[in-house]
Design a protein around this ligand. Structure first.
Ligand code: FCB
Length: 469
């Protein structure tokens, strides 16, 4: 047995997001979000559910802080609901909304848990969507205003700020593929959205720095390494194609102040740009996007294996039957986390990196003793934490790890069917029950180390990537 230890000041956390756990849809003066509206659309959510109550964190947040205290963690990543704070997206501030997060922050600090709020985890105020949403450039000013309002209120106690969670998902799942709110299927809009998200991030970084002296600010990207199915030219180019739009489209502007030329050419070739130019990019935009940040948040779940199909187009390859998949259909591939961390460190060199999400969906029923023995989740966490520890040993400035997620929750278009929690939630009563993985994580946090097999399991050339739906 090898023991993987973490540095003394390593942050151990859990992550959640407001739209997935909070509920309280009609309470405390909250406005309507695009996810409320999307979930109201018949057929949009697989199990026909909505997040009006979700985990009822809006009323049970003290209990949730107690769970975190029991876990022994020293950091909590959560998101703020923009429509709870600015119900119309801009203008009038809802004092009760700010008070809610104010109390949450105080509760966390009293429990010795450092707050890591994210400003935007996908719940745009519907009022802004009605004005064009992320496809409309004016949303950038609205986001900077929101960032200013929030950080002026909480910035005396909250030092660590994340602007936006996973711009790729918002742009592509929400606007190109239509699987997420607002459910659009318009690739050209998706590209505009991606740009406005990056620009909004850059503008928010500046607003937060003005409001919070000494703030540490970052953005969260869902990095997915792409491996070619074979070393043929076609498969290698398919992997390049995927990496170009999934990863580099977002990271190159942030760290290099430019879009990747090969990926721009791919978009033009696919007809996804309305002309040869990136017409939505205005003078000064890229410099604003590249405003220096203090950390990069990395959400890592899996990798993708790419090949060129018979029509010559890039395509993700399906799983071989013996390869382990989570309930999301995502391959378990811890080596990809080690690879990702080293790659980001060497290519982009952010001052610090956090793993802002990592975890697995498995639905394990309680045993006769009532305990949920989620051994596959424990194995997932163990192997990924081992990979993270090895990345630190290899020189990556990895400063913390946030397990996704504290609670079973509303997993977007899947509703409540995909269970990522360390803690189970009974969605009739909202009762919380720690799974065995929560006990395991608690032990790891206390030891500041994980025990793992010397060679993390690599299951050959697994081949899967499913988009989320
Ligand atoms: C990420 C999201 C998070 C959760 C996990 C499973 O893409 O940021 O809200 O849905 O996936």
């Amino acid at each position: 047995m090898t023991r993987y230890a973490f540095p003394d000041n390593f942050l151990w956390g859990v992550a959640t997001s407001a739209p997935q756990i909070e509920g309280g849809r009609h309470e405390g003066g909250r406005g309507v979000s695009i996810w409320d509206r999307y979930a109201d659309t018949p057929g949009a959510i697989a199990d026909g559910s909505h997040a009006d109550v979700a985990c009822d964190h809006f009323h049970r947040w003290r209990e949730d802080i107690e769970l975190m205290r029991w876990l022994g963690i020293n950091a909590y990543r959560f998101s703020l609901a923009w429509p709870r704070i600015l119900p119309n997206g801009t203008g009038a501030v809802n004092a009760a909304g700010l008070d809610f997060y104010d109390a949450l922050v105080d509760g966390l600090l009293e429990a010795g848990i450092e707050p890591y709020p994210t400003l935007y985890h996908w719940d745009l105020p519907q009022a802004l969507q009605d004005r064009g949403g992320w496809g409309e450039r004016s949303v950038v000013d609205a986001f900077a205003e929101y960032a200013d309002v929030v950080t002026r209120r909480l910035g005396d106690r909250v030092r660590n700020w994340t602007t936006i969670n996973e711009p790729w998902c918002i742009a592509v799942l929400g606007h190109e593929e239509g699987h997420h709110a607002p459910g659009h299927k318009d690739p050209a809009e998706g590209l505009r959205v991606a740009h406005h998200l990056l620009l909004a991030h850059g503008r928010a970084v500046r607003a937060i720095r003005d409001a919070v002296p000494g703030a540490k600010i970052g953005i969260v990207h869902n990095h997915t390494p792409a491996h070619p199915a074979t070393d043929s030219h076609g498969d290698t180019d398919a992997a390049r194609w995927f990496d170009g739009f999934f990863n580099r489209w977002f990271l190159d502007p942030l760290f290099r102040g430019r879009y990747p030329a090969d990926a721009v050419a791919d978009r033009i070739a696919s007809g996804h740009l309305e002309g040869p130019e990136m017409h939505f990019v205005q003078a000064g935009d890229l410099a604003a996007i590249a405003t220096p940040i203090d950390f990069l948040g990395v959400n890592y779940y899996s990798r993708v294996i790419m090949s060129q199909n018979v029509d010559g187009r890039p395509e993700a390859v399906k799983a071989a039957p013996d390869h382990e998949l989570t309930d999301m259909g995502w391959e378990v591939h811890p080596e990809g986390l080690h690879e990702t961390l080293l790659h980001l460190h060497r290519e982009y060199g952010p001052p610090e990196i956090f793993i802002t999400e990592n975890g697995a969906a498995y639905d394990d029923p309680p045993g006769p003793d009532g305990l949920i023995d989620d051994v596959r989740r424990i194995d997932y966490l163990r192997t990924h934490l081992s990979a993270a520890s090895r990345a630190i040993a290899d020189g990556v400035p990895l400063a913390g790890y946030f397990a996704w997620s504290l609670l079973d929750n509303f997993e977007w278009a899947h509703g409540y069917q995909k269970k990522f929690g360390l803690v189970a939630v009974d969605f009739d009563t909202c009762e919380r029950t720690p799974k065995n993985s929560a006990h395991w994580y608690r032990d790891a946090v206390a030891a500041n180390a994980v025990d793992a097999a010397a060679t993390p399991s690599t299951r050959g050339d697994s081949r899967v990537f499913d988009s989320r739906n």
